[in-house]
Design a protein around this ligand. Structure first.
Ligand SMILES: [Zn+2]
Length: 324
């Protein structure tokens, strides 16, 4: 018997939560599969991430020392990306906007062409189960690297990527530096996103949206500090793609129960619920929904409304599995 999403949450039926169609529009391909899958692939256990880390520095230190030696090459990246698609399909994710960092082009002898060739095959391989919309990822720390910037421009021209995302510390480069690339992405019809407001700073969220003409913000939870910025985001329908466990583990918020996604929702800001880096944060989209319900941040009906709203850009065929 089919169980709808509201009943699935209220009876803690994880299989039924997984069965409902969902989206993941904030996921980074490089760290996108469960750690257990990497451990199985390398043939031994790996050190687990600390439950609480001091922001991006500690997370990157963990990723660089424990994870990167096993996956920072073509074979490792391709294993992770395919494994991530399997994880997503099993979790009922029917649409993914997954970002592929431009530095991944360095894993291929023919650079961006090779990377895009792999991505196109992945889209094709999974198209019956989930819609993968490839996103071009660029780290602010690479903004002064002319070679990588040129590769990113080349990637936009190839037409494989449907969105672009900017990440790492917002202090690493002001949004103005990225304007030429984002203007080009806009002209190519790509959706524009950036990580901002992950660790506070409501005004910086608004400024980055304005400078880069963003459609959506990755995290953006710092906007909850300002009623005025939330009203502005709501009026302009700027969606925040929130990753609750990531925010808690990186100490952007003290715990899940006090996550500002509630305040953002109450102020009319469109929000979605996503994974960020499953390899580190360990929670699928279904588990993120379940966690928010269990700590009382949202009712089952509110979570269902968030889930349904997130599906509005998916193709109708992909929603057939929606249970009413
Ligand atoms: Zn992210």
């Amino acid at each position: 018997m089919r169980i709808d999403f509201v009943e699935a949450l209220s009876t803690d039926n994880l299989d039924a939560i997984r069965a409902a169609p969902k989206t993941d529009v904030h996921a980074h391909a490089f760290l996108s599969t469960r750690l257990e899958n990497v451990e199985r692939w390398v043939g031994h256990p790996l050190t687990k991430p600390p439950p609480k880390m001091k922001g991006l520095e500690e997370m990157m230190a963990y990723a660089d020392t424990v994870l990167a030696p096993h996956i920072k090459h073509r074979e490792g990246f391709e294993f992770v990306a395919v494994s991530a698609m399997n994880d997503a399909v099993q979790d009922g994710v029917v649409m993914l906007e997954m970002s592929f960092d431009i530095r991944l082009a360095e894993c291929y002898l023919d650079g961006v062409i090779g990377l895009c060739g792999f991505i196109e095959k992945l889209v094709e391989q999974y198209k019956a189960q989930a819609e993968l919309l490839p996103e071009l990822g660029f780290s602010r720390g690479c903004a002064d690297d002319a070679r990588l910037m040129n590769l990113a421009h080349e990637a936009v021209e190839l037409g494989v990527f449907q969105s672009i995302d900017l990440y790492s510390h917002q202090e690493a480069c002001p949004p103005e530096v990225m304007k030429p690339l984002f203007t080009k992405a806009r002209a190519a019809g790509m959706k524009r996103k950036a990580h901002v407001g992950e660790f506070g700073g409501a005004e910086e969220v608004r400024r980055t949206v304005e400078v880069l003409d963003l459609d959506e913000v990755q995290h953006g939870i710092g906007a909850a500090e300002s009623v005025e910025v939330m009203r502005w985001l709501s009026e302009n329908q700027i969606q925040l793609n929130v990753c609750p466990t990531s925010n808690v583990m990186l100490d952007g918020v003290p715990d899940l129960a006090s996550h500002p996604i509630r305040v953002l929702f109450d102020n009319g800001v469109p929000v979605t619920i996503n994974t960020d880096d499953v390899m580190i944060f360990g929670q699928s989209v279904s588990e993120e929904y379940r966690n928010l319900y269990q700590v009382g941040v949202f009712s089952a009906q509110e979570l269902d409304a968030i889930r349904r709203a997130s599906l509005r850009y998916t193709t109708p065929q992909k929603c057939i599995r929606d249970y009413g």
